[in-house]
Design a protein around this ligand. Structure first.
Ligand code: F6P
Length: 317
């Protein structure tokens, strides 16, 4: 069996662990693994390399991805699909393992299926917003990265009381990441793009928290429209000092956590088994806490939303 590994969209901590595990499995079983450098755009430009475990091992414990990714939606164009078909045939590639987030795994497998190319998806995104899976590779590491910063903020918040701290996380247009971080950090408020709030409510909530606990912590998902303006408004309207921190892309490139490494190795095993069993289309998911295969299209599933009960509980609603 000859498999092409492709990473598409935002990288996630743990991808390298999965790449290492996959190449080890294929070698053990006498199969061959190739990698597209720069996703499908790279494959179209002929950037397909032979992958060996020794190449990936030195970066297995690092964030990012050994195989560069791309966000270029090249497969939208028919001429590129035709060209990809030719490229895969010229390398005698039997199937594809696709690493990506919500957009990638909803959109690309049906295109490949139409082209007659077997594909197994592995959900890799810090956003944890891929439908059909309880967990994506990278989410746990991104949460841990946030806690390192927040723990420091909370120490100084208690040492010098009377202030409000805001922390903005990545998460794109979903607030699942922000909500989980807020819950685990004991935040007094969390704002996510999916649920509405008013500035007046937020100020009241934070000022009350400072009165009760000497400090307030609010977690903002980056998808909150105009979060910069919100902070400026709060600085003007709230009667207390506000200190803001933006986690930025270091959160995405952080060191993979133990949980993400275990998940990545397990998902690589499941993807390999599915292709060996002749599966044409599917996504490796976590369901009921266990790794399994979701057959068919993810595009048919509803989008994943942040848990509204948890949101209400954190925000005292
Ligand atoms: O990959 C998901 C993600 O990290 C989101 O959390 C974030 O909004 C986005 O990617 C950032 O993308 P870019 O690196 O293209 O700015």
């Amino acid at each position: 069996m000859k498999t092409l590994l492709v990473v598409s969209g935002g990288d996630a901590p743990g991808i390298n662990t999965a790449l290492l595990q996959y190449t080890r499995l294929t070698r053990q079983n006498g199969d061959v693994t190739l990698g597209a450098v720069g996703s499908f755009a790279g494959a179209l430009a002929g950037k397909i390399i032979d992958l060996q475990p020794e190449m990936i091992a030195p970066v297995a414990a690092l964030g990012g991805t050994y195989l560069a990714s791309s966000r270029e939606p090249v497969l939208k164009e028919t001429k590129n699909r035709d060209q990809l078909g030719k490229v895969l045939a010229s390398h005698q590639i039997d199937n594809v393992v696709l690493f990506g987030g919500d957009g990638t795994l909803r959109n690309i497998p049906p295109i490949l299926a139409e082209m007659g190319i077997a594909c197994i998806g592995i959900p890799t995104t810090i956003d944890n917003d891929v439908p059909g899976t309880e967990m994506t590779i990278g989410f746990d590491s991104a949460c841990n990265f946030a806690h390192q910063t927040i723990d420091g903020l909370l120490a100084t918040a208690r040492a010098l009381p009377g202030r409000i701290f805001s922390v903005e996380t990545l998460g794109g247009n979903t607030g699942i990441l922000a909500l989980d971080i807020a819950a685990a950090a004991g935040a007094h408020a969390v704002l996510v793009p999916e649920y509405a709030y008013t500035d007046e409510w937020l100020i009241q909530r934070l000022e009350d928290s400072v009165k009760r606990e000497q400090y307030a912590l609010v977690i903002l998902s980056e998808g909150i429209t105009a979060s910069r303006t919100l902070l400026d408004d709060l600085k003007e309207k709230a009667g207390l000092r506000i200190r803001d921190t933006r986690l930025g892309h270091g959160q995405r490139g952080t060191t993979p956590s133990h949980r993400d490494r275990i998940l990545a190795a397990g998902m690589a095993n499941a993807a390999y088994d599915a292709l060996r069993a002749g599966t044409k289309m599917g996504t490796v998911v976590v369901s009921g806490g266990k790794i399994s295969l979701h057959g068919g299209k993810l595009a048919d599933l509803p989008p994943r939303l942040p848990d509204q009960n948890l949101y209400n509980q954190i925000n005292g609603l």
